[in-house]
Design a protein around this ligand. Structure first.
Ligand SMILES: NC(=O)c1ccc[n+]([C@@H]2O[C@H](COP(=O)([O-])OP(=O)(O)OC[C@H]3O[C@@H](n4cnc5c(N)ncnc54)[C@H](OP(=O)(O)O)[C@@H]3O)[C@@H](O)[C@H]2O)c1
Length: 326
């Protein structure tokens, strides 16, 4: 598996990141962590390591925190593993009724950032997080307060590097202005069907409906400042790679067929083509693939076996957007 050194860090990560949202039994509230879930997590981690995938993405909230917990149990059972992987988690989303009577909200307060990281460290059974991302923008955030929390986490060795998720260019610039160290990542929804990151560049100054406001300068800001781009839901949650397409719009049905056709021409599974479309972008986007199935992860890794041609890339893009380039 090709590796990438993240700018402004000493971290060397695989070109594909294993998203851990599906570990720990999913989002159901009552599932206890049993040996079956622990075995599932261990099997995914083992296959990832065999494939050369050393980068794992978490969040404090995934599977109501059970994703981190089950991952931590595997780490605890294999003391040599922690040093071999790059561990990323997030904070900032708070569920309703935690504590009782509260609404769902976002929170980048000093107290939440610190306490969330401490809880993640405990669940993950590790002393440090390699990368902490702020999960989803908090309308009430204060740059100084976030910077104070990052400073404490860095000085105490609890977090090595910091990044964001779902932030636009101005939010990144705002936060960066308070920080002594560069932000190292922004995790955004990017995929064939969520292609605003590419649309914004080609449709500026054209009469294109649905111009993707908010995406202006995101790619360029990240590329100029060494902020690594990570793609969440890079497989459109399976939509283009075999899920039932009944009732889906024409562009989705046609794109799924094109993905399949190109996959057959390279002799790879369809998800490899959907990921290769992101990997072909020169910004070196890191897809964060969400599966708890080791065989599916192995299929995804095949995206590194070939490069899409420019013509294939644009054919897929045109098909996904439902019209030719402007
Ligand atoms: N920052 C954010 O706001 C944010 C938001 C959402 C997600 N994320 C991160 O992004 C990761 C991925 O997101 P996601 O899970 O929503 O989307 P995804 O990776 O686009 O899709 C996951 C779905 O695709 C299926 N799949 C994966 N490989 C497959 C294969 N080879 N063949 C058939 N189906 C396959 C999975 O099914 P199986 O389980 O059966 O393999 C699962 O249903 C998450 O784990 C999380 O780390 C971040």
């Amino acid at each position: 598996m090709e590796k990438l050194q993240l700018s402004n860090t000493d971290l060397i990560v695989s070109r594909i990141c294993a998203g851990c949202m599906g570990l720990g039994g999913g989002w159901g509230l009552s599932t206890p962590i049993d040996s079956g879930l622990e075995k599932q997590a261990a099997a995914l981690i083992d296959r990832a390591m065999q494939l050369g995938i050393n980068f794992f993405d978490h969040a404090n909230i995934y599977a109501r925190s059970r994703a981190e917990e089950v991952f931590g149990r595997v780490l605890a059972s294999r003391p040599d593993l922690r040093q071999q992987i790059v561990l990323q988690t997030k904070c900032g989303i708070r569920w309703a009724d935690e504590p009782a009577g509260t609404p769902q909200r976002f929170e980048f307060s000093y107290e939440h950032i610190i306490s969330s990281v401490e809880a993640s460290l405990k669940r993950l059974q590790t002393d440090y997080i390699d990368i902490l991302l702020l999960h989803r923008p908090d309308a009430l955030w204060e740059g100084e307060e976030v910077a104070r929390a990052f400073d404490v986490l860095k000085k105490t060795g609890k977090v090595r590097y910091f990044g964001v998720s779902n932030q636009n260019r101005f939010q990144m610039e705002y936060l960066q202005s308070f920080l002594p160290d560069p932000l190292v990542a922004n995790q955004l929804q990017m995929s064939l069907l969520h292609h605003d990151f590419a649309e914004v560049g080609i449709s500026f100054n054209q009469s294109v409906p649905n111009y993707p406001d908010g995406w202006e300068g995101v790619m360029e800001y990240c590329r100029l400042n060494g902020v690594s781009l990570q793609a969440w839901s890079p497989l459109d949650r399976g939509l283009l790679i075999g899920r039932d397409l009944a009732g889906q719009p024409e562009n989705v049905v046609k794109t799924a067929a094109l993905v399949k056709k190109i996959a057959e021409s390279y002799g790879v599974p369809p998800d490899a083509v959907a990921l290769a479309w992101l990997l072909r972008h020169p910004a070196k986007i890191v897809p964060v693939v969400g599966t708890a199935n080791p065989d599916h992860l192995a299929d995804s890794a095949r995206a590194l076996e070939f490069d899409l041609t420019r013509e294939e890339w644009y054919s897929l893009f045109a098909s996904a957007r439902g019209q030719a380039m402007p």
